[in-house]
Design a protein around this ligand. Structure first.
Ligand SMILES: C[S@@+](CC[C@H](N)C(=O)[O-])C[C@H]1O[C@@H](n2cnc3c(N)ncnc32)[C@H](O)[C@@H]1O
Length: 234
């Protein structure tokens, strides 16, 4: 019997790739905004089927895309071949990036920090591989500020049904706080892309910078649920 790789989510991968066609116009606007003005050597983690690739501007010298799910990685290879800039795709996870310290000008996370097993470790790795003063571009869905919606999101995450069905996704993560532990947020704005009560809503799009020369992420106290308090968004 052959064993599946740990990051293989064959049904989710096919559903995600199919569904992403319908959101290309709406979500594509935010992908464009996410990557606007990006230049130099770029790392994109959890690239999925490569829906960001068409939006990389000409100032990008190279994109290295990491994707652990085999089916999505195959689709990402095809998207890379059609992309306007040079993109290589490889297997890997955000928590262990096989790249040298400070080797990227920009790192990109789009709809990924909800799905990684360890967001803090992933952000520490992103910080490590970003050059001093380099950027993190992020587009993520986060925990709602409305208490009833947040309770529903927490319940879904804890039920394990949602993460199982959605390829490891968690709806209630407070990703902006996690980003702030490692990077300095320059701008971030909250977007509602679905009904207010939808589990995957709201979203946050933003730019953060690796300030300072050390790769030491800040460690703060967490509440009993293991999450830091939600910051105000700009
Ligand atoms: C919701 S999809 C988003 C895909 C793509 N970034 C996009 O914007 O459409 C989440 C992606 O994160 C990937 N992923 C899950 N765990 C990961 C990890 N530990 N490290 C890197 N990527 C991961 C999944 O395989 C999937 O491609």
């Amino acid at each position: 019997m052959t064993s599946r790789p740990a990051q293989s989510h064959p049904i989710f991968a096919r559903v995600y790739a199919f569904m992403s066609r319908f959101g290309r116009e709406t979500v594509g606007r935010y992908r464009q905004e996410l990557l606007d003005g990006v230049s130099g050597r770029v790392l994109e983690i959890g690239a999925g089927n490569g829906d960001n690739f068409a939006h990389y501007p000409a100032g990008v010298s190279e994109v290295v895309a990491v994707e652990p799910e085999p089916h999505l990685r195959k689709l990402a290879f095809a998207a890379a071949a059609r992309a306007p800039v040079v993109i290589s795709v490889q297997d890997g996870v955000g928590e262990r990036l096989p790249f040298a310290d400070g080797s990227f000008d920009v790192v990109v996370s789009s709809l990924v920090l909800c799905s990684v097993a360890d967001p803090a470790q992933t952000l520490a790795e992103l910080h490590r591989v970003t050059r001093p003063n380099g950027e993190l571009r992020f587009f993520e869905h986060v925990r709602s500020s409305a208490s009833v919606s947040a309770m529903l999101q927490l319940a879904l995450d804890r039920s394990l049904i949602w993460p199982f069905m959605a390829g490891g996704c968690h709806c209630a993560r407070q990703t902006v706080m996690e980003v702030e532990r490692c990077f300095t947020i320059e701008r971030a704005r909250e977007l509602s892309l679905a009904r207010p009560w939808a589990p995957v809503n709201p979203f946050v799009i933003g730019v953060a910078r690796r300030t300072g020369s050390t790769a030491e992420p800040r460690v703060e106290e967490r509440d009993q649920a293991g999450t830091p308090p939600r910051p105000d968004l700009a």
